[in-house]
Unconditional design. Structure first.
Length: 232
């Protein structure tokens, strides 16, 4: 097995969806997949496009977004990192895409065609429960996003985002609890369903009240308990 393929097989084995596949099974997956290099801001697929494949992010960062029909505002459902699978819903039902996938930075992805994946699924049924777990986790994330937009005030949505960012950054936090984000302020606003001006006003208010500290793209949650109390 060439080194490149061996490295790719090792990477895929780290993905929860493919962790139990043996070497031959991973080779089958690699054989049916197509690798793509993406420039920053490249569109992987648009909402309502035919769902003909799913992707595995090898390197870079991808955001999943939907666009509001009444004001054209972009709502960010989430960000994905290396090892994450996306576009998996279309593998199951063959329906059009439910969201748009965009490369936030230069990225590398592996696209798996639907028909070939379904054939692999028939040969390797152990993948099915893992795919259900991925779908369940994504559905829960979407439910939380919808709940935030429907029931939380703008300050509550920003507080929830800060807590989620802090939790997601846990493995890379500094000794003082600080963490960096590569999200722009506009992306943070889009993720919380607010304007950039509203987001900035809420962040400054939280900093003035001693709940957080901000230094450009670096955040420290200073009072998690009080911040959680705002998510109501």
């Amino acid at each position: 097995m060439p080194d490149r393929v061996r490295d790719l097989a090792g990477f895929l084995r780290e993905s929860p969806l493919f962790t139990d596949l043996d070497t031959d099974e991973l080779q089958d997956l690699i054989d049916i997949a197509r690798k793509r290099d993406l420039a920053k801001n490249a569109i992987i697929f648009y909402e309502a496009d035919p769902g003909t494949s799913c992707g595995v992010l090898l390197a870079g960062k991808v955001k999943i977004v939907v666009n509001s029909t009444h004001d054209g505002r972009e709502h960010i459902l989430g960000f994905l990192g290396p090892g994450d699978v996306f576009g998996e819903m279309s593998l199951i039902d063959g329906e059009p895409r439910s969201a748009t996938a965009v490369a936030v930075e230069a990225s590398e992805i592996l696209m798996v065609p639907r028909e070939e994946f379904l054939s692999l699924l028939n040969r390797q049924p152990g993948i099915a429960p893992k795919l259900l777990l991925v779908l369940s986790r994504r559905l829960r994330q979407t439910d939380r996003h919808v709940e935030s937009l429907a029931f939380l005030s703008a300050p509550g949505r920003v507080a929830r985002l800060l807590l989620e960012m802090s939790r997601e950054a846990a493995p890379t936090k500094h000794e003082d609890g600080g963490f960096e984000t590569r999200m722009t302020r506009q992306e943070m606003a889009n993720r919380t369903g607010t304007s950039r001006e509203t987001l900035t006003r809420v962040l400054m208010d939280y900093q003035d009240r001693g709940l957080i500290r901000i230094d450009r793209q670096r955040f420290i949650v200073r009072d998690e308990e009080r911040l959680r109390a705002l998510v109501v």
